[in-house]
Design a protein around this ligand. Sequence first.
Ligand code: ZN
Length: 241
Amino acid sequence: MTRVDVLAIAAHRDDVELTCGGTLLRSAALGRTTAIIDLTEGETGTRGSAAIRAEEASRAAEILGVAARINLGFPDAGIVNTPETRAALARAIRRFAPTVVIAPAPSPMGRHPDHRVTSELVRDACFVAGLARVASDVPPHRPRKVIHTLTYREDALKPTFVVDISDVFERKLEAVRCYGSQFEGVAQAGEVYPNGEPLFDIVRHHAAHYGSLIRVRYGEPFFTTETMRVDDVAALEVSTF
Ligand SMILES: [Zn+2]
């Protein structure tokens, strides 16, 4: 078992890099341990093969500095949330015993059905991971918190918070660039809608937009169901004017 502080879980290889790669880098810079679970091998993707994407994902993982990256081999474009898939994911989550889990956006729409289902599946699996009688061959562990990525989503809720990734943005982009088979010369991917620019520029502009919400150069937005706690209102950051 590799115990980590932050575990990012997503449907497809490259989802994590696009939506929360900067946050994983930031966490690592703060001394936190991190890991990634990809649910599918991307075998139905139009570009590249599952083998090429595996190679790209492991290079990206190195750049992100994660302790481990595993793949559950769920069917691409066919992820379902059932007692079986919840138990399989719960087992994998227990293996890392994370404090915080990063899940896809919680909102109901989105281009790819896997993203929608994965958001719910990750939340449910985190809960189930704490039930001793489910997958009882592995000791239970329930993460303390689930946070949802929001980047690129047109149906996005207002972020609960934004992580400042200014210092690590170029490195995040380097991790995204590992997916040459997916992104080289393209103008659209995943939830990233095309605007005529190369994909890498769109990634930069989204990060700049979310950064502007907290008055920094680049940011990644997140949603939590729980309300954020504040002890000292005089220390609140992000100026109103
Ligand atoms: Zn995806």
